[in-house]
Design a protein around this ligand. Structure first.
Ligand code: N01
Length: 529
């Protein structure tokens, strides 16, 4: 493969955006994509009911006014097929495909200190090299599967939600077991329940959820947003989560019970994730969090008819928002159907898979399908899959053995000319990914342009800067309740993973200011040579 200025790994939302921006800035860039299709997680997560829980208008690129005006979203929350169509449209509309190589899985990346270049080795032995390497591998893209005794013995079909087969799967007349009750499990349950003969949800941890209030978008809504799209964009960029919501001014317990009930009701029925910002201290103060959690448990409970099932579906292990809540479409109501069961595997754990189903400590569930909606090795999983070797051959895996360390999530010392979009230490998973991604990509594009103009051939995060940033990430999270729960934010989802909080909880707006400040201060925290 030809030598390029920049090699980008991954053709998901971030990779496509990076290619667009770098090419526009005059760089010779190429994307390497492991799959045979672009789209990243939206290519792989094709399970029934897969949908984004950020509104369509906000879960879209802002770099082209024409694209903004041309594309028409059909629903308030876009489905996976619609997002994948959108990403393919973007790839065609901006002629990105000519610089995307599909079926190109990067297995290794080695930094050559003499030439200040990266050499990548693909799964089939092909090599590619470049001055800069930009990793756009996603935060929730390395699927994680359970390892129950007898899993291989099961004679039915096993499907991983994040590696959903492309062929049509017909659940008609079938008994389906769904393991996992995060966003994926909660989204697919009501949809599969409408087709399958029986659905059993194996729940280890009950989860908080706010109803999506999804609906088709009308022409009026489309016109209204497009008449002043920039105002909406500015609101998202200047909000803590990239979703356009500003936290309420008064604290949760400063208002009367009636006022709070009214505010919660309004947010619950309309705002999705915005519910968390009804008051500014819901994720900061445990009493405020308890009140919000109680409200949600009551509302979630009202959606379930059977008192025993209702009780089991109520989250008790953590406060609202300390683990990723979901925005669901009919999850709780699905349990009112005759063909949907809840297996509480915290109370009665799965003992083994059998040839014909799953045996818990309570009973045997005969199944034709088992779906693993069991989540991801979050934030670091995909970055540590390839062997990435920096200075002195030290690998990223070795460097991050005690947990990831980065400067603003963008890079790490010892790995010159390597940039990460959505890396640990960035706010990405705590925000609207689109907004964080565009922010980081625009910043990187300016950075690389500056390096080119200044004749710099090597850039590297300093040890001091990354140590200071990790301290800052830890200080900010200690102001919140995030560490009161085990979650994929803090390594709690994978046994043996370092238990450190990985995303930046200081908010998108603040992160944006820090990026701007860093650039204004001649990229302080990065050594330019
Ligand atoms: O994964 P999760 P997800 N035995 O980690 C359970 C994004 N996303 O794919 O909590 C039994 O949330 C686990 O139980 P526990 C979004 O950011 C976005 O659903 O570990 N159960 C949990 O219930 C989301 O937050 C959209 O006790 C096991 C579940 O599996 C993120 O991806 C849509 C188990 C995993 O939940 C992850 O969501 C979908 C085991 N061995 C996903 N191991 C959008 O709408 C794990 N579990 C944008």
């Amino acid at each position: 493969m030809e030598y390029r200025d920049v090699l980008i790994v991954g053709a998901g939302i971030a990779g496509l955006r990076t290619l667009y921006s770098l090419r526009k800035a005059g760089f010779d860039a190429q994307v390497l994509e492991a799959s045979d299709e672009i789209g990243g997680v939206w290519n792989h997560n094709r399970y029934p009911g897969a949908r984004c829980d950020v509104e369509s208008f906000d879960y879209s690129y802002s770099f082209s006014k024409e694209l903004e005006q041309e594309w028409v979203w059909s629903e308030r929350y876009p489905t996976q097929p619609e997002i994948l169509r959108y990403l393919n449209h973007v790839a065609d509309r901006f002629d990105l495909r000519r610089d995307i190589t599909i079926n190109a899985r990067v297995e290794a990346a080695d930094y050559n200190e003499e030439s200040a270049t990266w050499t990548l080795t693909l799964h089939d032995g092909r090599k590619a090299s470049s001055r800069y390497l930009v990793l756009c591998l996603g935060q929730l893209s390395a699927p994680k599967m359970p390892n129950y005794p007898g899993q291989d013995r099961f004679k039915g079909e096993t499907i991983v939600s994040a590696m959903w087969p492309r062929r049509e799967i017909d659940f008609t007349g079938k008994r389906v077991g769904i393991i996992g009750t995060g966003s994926s499990g909660m989204q697919m349950t009501p949809v599969i329940a409408q087709i399958a003969e029986r659905v059993t949800v194996f729940q280890r941890t009950a989860n908080f959820s706010v109803p999506a209030a999804n609906a088709p978008l009308t022409e009026e809504e489309d016109r209204a947003v497009k008449a002043d799209y920039e105002a909406r964009r500015e609101m998202t960029r200047n909000s803590p989560t990239g979703l356009g919501f500003q936290p309420g001014k008064k604290k949760t317990l400063e208002v009367s019970d009636e006022e709070r009930e009214e505010a919660f009701e309004k947010a619950y029925h309309r705002l999705g994730f915005g519910f968390a910002l009804t008051y500014p201290d819901i994720l900061l103060d445990k009493d405020a969090n308890r009140v919000a959690s109680d409200f949600l448990r009551r509302k979630m409970g009202e959606r379930v008819e059977d008192p025993e099932v209702r009780e089991k579906l109520m989250p008790v292990t953590h406060g609202f928002g300390t683990r990723r809540p979901t925005v669901d479409s009919g999850y709780f109501e699905a349990f009112n159907r005759d063909n949907v069961d809840l297996a509480d595997i915290r109370e009665h754990p799965i003992e083994a898979f059998t040839e014909t189903g799953i045996r818990t400590s309570q009973k045997h569930y005969p199944l034709d399908f088992v779906i693993f909606a069991t989540g991801f090795d979050a934030l670091t999983g995909a970055l540590l899959k390839p062997r990435i070797a920096g200075r002195g051959g030290v690998t990223l895996k070795e460097k991050w053995a005690a947990g990831p360390i980065t400067n603003m999530g963008l890079g790490t010392a010892g790995f010159p000319n390597l940039l990460i979009v959505g890396g640990p230490g960035s706010p990405t998973v705590l925000s609207n990914v689109m907004v964080s991604t565009e922010l980081q990509v625009d910043w990187m594009t300016e950075l690389l342009s500056h390096l080119r103009d200044a004749g710099v051939r090597e850039i590297e995060v300093t040890r001091e800067a990354e140590a200071a940033w990790n301290r800052h990430v830890a200080e900010r999270v200690n102001e919140t309740l995030y560490m009161t729960a085990q979650s994929f934010y803090n390594g709690g989802e994978v046994e043996g993973k370092p238990k450190v909080f990985m995303p930046y909880s200081g908010g998108v707006r603040h992160y944006r200011r820090l990026l701007e400040q860093c650039a204004a201060d001649d990229y302080v925290g990065f050594a330019l040579r």
